[in-house]
Design a protein around this ligand. Structure first.
Ligand code: ADP
Length: 267
C-alpha cells in the first residue's frame, strides 16, 4: 500500500538552538489511518507536524506526500494536502461569522462562490455545526470553536488533517466533542487523521501510535502494543487501568490520565 505521508531520515535543528529538535525520524502513514503522536513536551511532536505540512524545511531527509517528494518548488501544493488545526481555539479565526471564517480559506484557494457555499455546508455538517453559519466564532464554546476550525480545514478537502494538541485547552465536554468529530472523519475513511495529544482517551482510539522521545521515534505500534505496560500490570493482578503505578508508566510516555478516570480509593 502506498503511504500518504512518508518521512525518511528527517533531521531538524532550530536556527537559534544547538540541540537537534528531530533526529533521524522515519515513518509512514497510510491513507485513512488515524495516527496519534504522543510524547513529552519538547520531544519533537509539533516540529514533526510542521515538517509534514511544509511549514518547516528539514535540514536533511525527505518528506513524501502521496508519493511525491516535497521540494522548494512544490511545497505549496503539498501543503494543500495537509491541513493543520492548532491548540488554541481562540487563535484560529479571521472571520466575524462561522461562515465567513470558512469562506476566507476557500477564497484564498480560489474556490468559486457557488462551490464555496456547498463546501461550507458540507464541512459544517461533518463537524455537526449546521445552523451555526451566522454565529460569531468568539462566542462559541471551546469544543465548538475547534470543530469550526476543523470545518475550515476540511472545506479545503486536504487528504490529511493534523490536529496539534487541539483538545488540550478544552474542558472534558469539549474534548469529547472534538474526539468524536475526529472519530467520524476517520470513519468516513476519506481523510487521514494525525492527532498530537496527551489525552489517553484520544490516543487509545487511534489506529496507530507514534511515540516520540527526545527528537526521536521511540516506538510505533497499535494502542494495545504501546499501552502494553499497562496491560502487563493488569495481568499481574494489579487493579488498573488507572493505578498510581500505571499513571506513572503513562506519564513516562507523555500521557496524562484525566482526573475523571482516577479512582480515589486506589490512590
Ligand atoms: P513537542 O511538540 O513535543 O512539545 P517541539 O517540537 O515543540 O516538541 O520541540 C522540540 C524541541 O525543539 C524542543 O527541544 C524545543 O525546545 C525546541 N523548539 C521548539 N520550537 C522551537 C523554536 N521556535 N525555537 C527554538 N527551539 C524550539
Amino acid at each position: 500500500e502506498k503511504a500518504i505521508i512518508e518521512l525518511q531520515n528527517i533531521n531538524y535543528t532550530y536556527h537559534n538552538s544547538e540541540k537537534k529538535a528531530l533526529s533521524d525520524i522515519s515513518f509512514k502513514i497510510f491513507p485513512g489511518e488515524w495516527v496519534a503522536i504522543i510524547g513529552h513536551n519538547g520531544s519533537g511532536k509539533s516540529t514533526v507536524a510542521k515538517i509534514m505540512n511544509g511549514l518547516l524545511e528539514a535540514n536533511s531527509g525527505t518528506v513524501f506526500i502521496n508519493g511525491v517528494k516535497m521540494t522548494y518548488e512544490n511545497v505549496y501544493d503539498c501543503r494543500k494536502n495537509v491541513g493543520m488545526v492548532f491548540q488554541n481555539p481562540d487563535n484560529q479565526f479571521v472571520g466575524n461569522t462561522v461562515e465567513d471564517d470558512i469562506a476566507f480559506g476557500l477564497e484564498n484557494n480560489g474556490i468559486p462562490r457557488e462551490e464555496m457555499l456547498i463546501r461550507i455546508e458540507d464541512a459544517l455538517k461533518r463537524v455537526k455545526m449546521t445552523g451555526f453559519e451566522t454565529r460569531e466564532p468568539a462566542r462559541l464554546s471551546g469544543g465548538q470553536k475547534q470543530r469550526v476550525a476543523i470545518a475550515g480545514i476540511i472545506a479545503l478537502s486536504p487528504k490529511v488533517i493534523i490536529l496539534d494538541e487541539s483538545t488540550s485547552m478544552l474542558d472534558p465536554e469539549g474534548r469529547l466533542e472534538v474526539i468524536q468529530t475526529i472519530e467520524e472523519l476517520h470513519q468516513t475513511k476519506n481523510m487521514t487523521v494525525i492527532s498530537i495529544t496527551h489525552d489517553i482517551n484520544e490516543a487509545s482510539r487511534a489506529d496507530k501510535i507514534i511515540m516520540m522521545n527526545q527528537g526521536q521515534v521511540d516506538q510505533i505500534g497499535t494502542p494495545d502494543e504501546i499501552f502494553k505496560i499497562g496491560l502487563e500490570l493488569v495481568e499481574k493482578g494489579l487493579d488498573v487501568p488507572f493505578s498510581e503505578k500505571l499513571k506513572y508508566e503513562l506519564a513516562q510516555k507523555g500521557i496524562n490520565v484525566p482526573t475523571e478516570y482516577m479512582d480515589e480509593e486506589r490512590l
